[in-house]
Write a protein that binds this ligand. Structure first.
Ligand code: MTE
Length: 309
């Protein structure tokens, strides 16, 4: 089914904070009970197609996913994005696609969503800071968007940029990184079916603090590669500069594939703490490529992944 997107309803409109509950647990526990009947106003379901991605993974709750965030444009504390990101204007929204493409231009989000199929993808998210979550994203394959623009044969990398709105983003007045937030992928990574542009989670529109209205999700890489609120995608020939790599190349490599054998210079990456597990939760071993090596390992055949961290 082609993607449906109820842009007239925002997460905050339909989900009062007191009603933040784990929909999945609710559904599982009560059979046919629909959230709409308990939460009051109609829920802006995105109608995402179910997929097998994430079978066997238990997602974190909505509350965990939307109150423990990294979105430095809104502050550096984990609770800052939930407090401040409501100021971000997400409608209308368009993405400038430029560089080595046949059809450069401004792509309206509404138009993009008319030509893609929204799927639910339940993915692990592993932050470089050693915490992790499981998130039921809603999105579509980045490859589909790139196909709309027509990637030219000389393109080797894809560069991404987040919106930069000093009036709406209190965090950008601090020169933590060189704003706007930038990320990049090699073209084959960008075209991989695991790589999605997400427009929602828990089958509802993306909360602002998670990168509304549209963000990248690359599940086998550290979370900072999954850039939020994307306004520009550029197809380029050379490896593009990226925000955290510019900040400290030894700490944050361009590839940033999750790798328990390549320690961050200031901490081990062998273990992680699942958000929501409680203060005394046992640390869990970090999985190579965050558990997605079977799918994406061949992209790095013959590469030294310590050197190319
Ligand atoms: N994108 C932007 N624009 N700004 C950010 O600060 N933080 C990154 C990534 N994308 C970040 C960003 C980091 S470090 C992580 S771990 C994930 O977003 C967190 O995504 P989440 O808040 O949805 O869990």
């Amino acid at each position: 089914m082609a993607g449906r997107y109820k842009s007239d309803l925002k997460w905050s409109d339909v989900t009062p904070k007191a009603d933040w509950i784990n929909r999945r647990q609710l559904m599982a526990g009560s059979g046919a009970l629909a959230l709409g009947s308990t939460a009051g106003p109609a829920v802006a379901s995105l109608g995402a197609q179910k997929t097998d991605w994430g079978a066997g993974l238990e997602p974190n709750t909505v509350e965990e996913i939307t109150t423990y965030n990294n979105y430095y444009e809104f502050g550096t504390d984990k609770g800052d994005p939930a407090m401040h990101a409501h100021a971000l204007t997400t409608e209308p929204w368009s993405i400038e696609i430029d560089g080595l493409v046949d059809q450069p231009g401004s792509y309206g989000l509404e138009d993009i969503l008319k030509s893609v199929t929204l799927e639910e993808r339940i993915y692990r998210l592993r932050c470089v800071e050693r915490w992790s979550m499981v998130v039921p994203w809603v999105g579509f394959e980045l490859a589909d968007l790139l196909a709309m623009a027509g990637v030219q044969p000389s393109a080797k990398y894809v560069a991404f940029e987040t919106a930069l709105r000093p009036d709406e983003m209190p965090g950008v007045s601090y020169p933590i990184i060189d704003w706007p937030y930038k990320e990049g992928l090699r073209l084959d990574e960008a075209m991989h079916p695991l790589t999605i542009m997400a427009t929602g989670l828990y089958d509802e529109p993306m909360p602002n603090q998670n990168g509304a209205p549209i963000r990248l999700v690359v599940p086998w890489k550290y979370g900072y590669k999954s850039i939020k609120s994307v306004v520009r995608i550029s197809l380029v020939e050379e490896q593009p500069p990226t925000a955290w790599n510019n900040y400290s190349a030894n700490e944050y490599g361009f590839y940033s594939n999750v790798n328990p054998d390549r320690d961050h210079p200031r901490w081990s990456q062998k273990y992680e703490r699942r958000v929501g597990g409680g203060l005394f939760a046992k640390q869990e071993p970090t999985l190579f490529m965050n558990g997605y090596a079977d799918e994406v390992g061949s992209l790095y055949a013959g590469m030294d992944l310590i050197e190319n961290h």
